[in-house]
Design a protein around this ligand. Structure first.
Ligand SMILES: [Fe+2]
Length: 298
């Protein structure tokens, strides 16, 4: 049995040992969903998740927290509901700044009789799962202290799916005023449904330069700065299915913000020989991933 230790042996992530996922060298800043009922969806994200309305274009609403855009809803009334097997979004995962914030949000959704789809203690985090009205997965989670995360001999982060004491979480949040998601909440990670492990692995590691933090037989976790994962992917329902097409609801694009400019420059240098479809604009590079999702690099 492999040994478990507190940090990667090579000290690779030492300078990032503290701090939220948004402070790592690159992170998921926001994502964009194609929706059929724009007003209903925006109202749901405001009421249930606690996002604020920000600016938007015609047929589009941007939502976020404390003025920071996290989610763009783009309307296409003709879009077909994406089948469960279609590569695309498994969930957008909003990370709240503390266990107390998770408890307040959890008490709010329980009191509002919102249907939840699951809850897990992942060792590195505690997570609650649900779906929006058009079937897009959502995770709301808090990270456990990074000083408590463990890594194996190969420097893979140790995660699990253990039961959570939801009665206790509810008791911690019950009766406290809730008026929206806490400032400091961000899109901690995005979890994708993919057709092929080798395709997403090449995209995340070889093109984007993210590290593989943990891999199972059908799910993989990638990050920068030693975070447990900024991008994850699974083949559970989508293995071998064709890339999504633009006439479906669901994940159209997501934005990766590079706090470390040199990493973005390295991605840009790899693009011409990569085989991916991409465009370079004044303030972003857009590259289409193997699932047909536009990834905006800024
Ligand atoms: Fe997740």
């Amino acid at each position: 049995m492999s040994q478990v230790h507190l940090k990667p042996a090579d000290g690779k992530y030492a300078e990032f040992r503290a701090g939220p996922p948004s402070e790592m060298p690159a992170h998921v800043a926001s994502s964009e969903l194609i929706v059929r009922d724009l007003q209903e969806m925006a109202a749901w994200y405001e009421d249930v998740i606690g996002l604020e309305y920000l600016n938007g274009d015609v047929g589009q609403i941007k939502m976020g927290i404390a003025g920071e855009p996290l989610l763009t809803l783009t309307q296409d009334v003709e879009a077909e509901l994406a089948p469960k097997s279609a590569p695309g979004l498994f969930h957008n995962a909003f990370v709240v700044p503390s266990r107390a914030a998770l408890a307040r949000w959890f008490a709010h959704v329980v009191d509002s009789k919102i249907t939840l789809s699951g809850a897990s203690n992942h060792l590195v985090s505690e997570a609650i799962y649900l779906d929006d009205p058009e079937g897009n997965g959502i995770e709301v989670y808090r990270d456990t202290p990074r000083s408590e995360w463990t890594f194996d001999d190969n420097d893979f982060v140790q995660m699990a799916s253990l039961p959570m004491d939801l009665d206790r979480l509810y008791a911690e949040g019950k009766g406290q005023p809730w008026s929206g998601m806490e400032a400091g909440t961000s899109l901690g990670h995005i979890h994708l449904k993919v057709s092929s492990y080798s395709d997403i692995n090449a995209f995340a590691q070889d093109l984007l330069g993210f590290d593989l933090m943990l891999g199972y037989t059908s799910a993989w976790f990638y990050a920068t700065g030693g975070y447990h994962h900024h991008i994850s992917a699974n083949e559970w329902h989508s293995k071998g299915h064709p890339a999504r097409d633009d006439s479906m609801t669901g994940l159209k694009s997501y934005t990766l913000q590079f706090n470390d400019r040199s990493l973005l420059d390295q991605v840009a240098a790899r693009l011409p020989d990569s085989g991916y479809t991409y465009s370079i604009g004044d303030d972003e590079i857009v590259v289409r991933d193997p699932s047909g999702i536009d990834v905006r690099l800024v």
